[in-house]
Design a protein around this ligand. Sequence first.
Ligand code: GAR
Length: 199
Amino acid sequence: MKRLVVLASGEGTNLQAILDACASGEIAAAVVAVVSNKSESIALARARQAGVPAIHVGTAPVSVETRGEYGARLADAVLAWNPDLVVCAGWMRILSMSFLHHFPKQVVNIHPSLPGELRGADAIRRAYQETRLGTRTRTGVMMHYIVDEGVDDGPVIDHVEVQMHPEESLDALTERMHVVEHRLLVETLAHLCDNGGPP
Ligand code: GAR
């Protein structure tokens, strides 16, 4: 059984998909800890509900702690769980090299856009807005490794294209994207945990 540490900042619907797939055996792994930078995140509540250690590693003002120092502190918290994979599932902070150098090719991220497009926060909303303006006909979801401090960038493991529907509401698009995200995330992790290699 592979050991997963999940990093999550918010709602945790992707975390929930991982927890459910580990419980059902679809992913041959256990979530050994969930770490959040937000003490009130629903992700931490979901972890507690599932009986998984829920750990808050909060940030401090940059005058007190640099991004690199935070990364080293976050790495200490994650290393304690000896993970095979670190999964960013709605983790909304850039991971610094002081964190990443501890986990070579062990950190994966899900992001709701096609590779090279709509990096950063609110990618679904931005895809929606561009469709409204008539400048976008499709978006997507990708899984990639995080190997450096590039935002939502790194060697792509897999991606799925999603067609935009011009009349669709933002809520409906968000729901449709989440379904695609959860499936891609579970299938990718199932493959990585079974075979140790990308699909
Ligand atoms: C998801 O759409 C995830 O792909 C995105 O944040 C959302 C978190 O939802 N991640 C990023 O934008 C990373 N740059 P969740 O908390 O319900 O899983």
